[in-house]
Design a protein around this ligand. Structure first.
Ligand code: ZN
Length: 169
């Protein structure tokens, strides 16, 4: 009995530790009202509410945002969420939700046959997001500014812009 309790306690302790590193929450608790937007309905259609109800978010302390290709859940840097530009974050969520749908369709989100900027799953997500950015009134130069990140070279950025019909600077 004591041994069992000890084992249980140890298990709880480990789970507690993992939770500290890799906290999982409900998408709807952090991204309120997304299921009502046309942008998100355009991604999931009739399944919008069901998908978002089941979607989880893992908070980490690096990067920006992504989708875990093991379980199709969102990965979000909590610091970016707190400090990033709100419109950028909104567009990032839209981008990642396109990946969530692709994952649900069984697509490989990290197909190594393609460079990042030429990967069909990325082009679809960026094209959809850019369409939303234009609805927000963004110019092509503002969109290019949004597309810029420290891990894309200028040449890659130029290629990405070309692939999604955005005028490069
Ligand atoms: Zn992406």
């Amino acid at each position: 009995m004591v041994w069992k309790l000890f084992r249980l306690f140890r298990k709880l302790h480990i789970q507690g530790l993992l939770r500290f590193i890799w906290t999982t929450w409900n998408f709807n608790d952090y991204f309120v009202g997304f299921e009502k937007t046309d942008a998100v309905k355009g991604i999931f259609g009739e399944k919008t509410e069901e998908v978002l109800r089941n979607l989880k978010v893992k908070f980490v302390l690096f990067g920006y945002m992504g989708v875990d290709d093991v379980d199709g859940q969102l990965i979000v840097n909590r610091r970016y969420l707190n400090k990033g530009n709100k419109e950028d974050i909104y567009l990032d969520v839209i981008h990642e939700l396109v990946h969530v749908r692709q994952w649900l369709e069984g697509k490989n989100l990290f197909d190594p046959h393609f460079e990042y900027v030429n990967r069909p799953t990325e082009i679809e997500a960026y094209a959809y997001t850019v369409n939303e950015a234009r609805k927000l009134g963004w110019s092509d130069s503002r969109i290019c500014q949004y597309l810029e990140t420290e891990w894309l070279s200028e040449k890659e950025l130029q290629q990405l812009a070309k692939n999604i019909n955005v005028k490069y600077k």
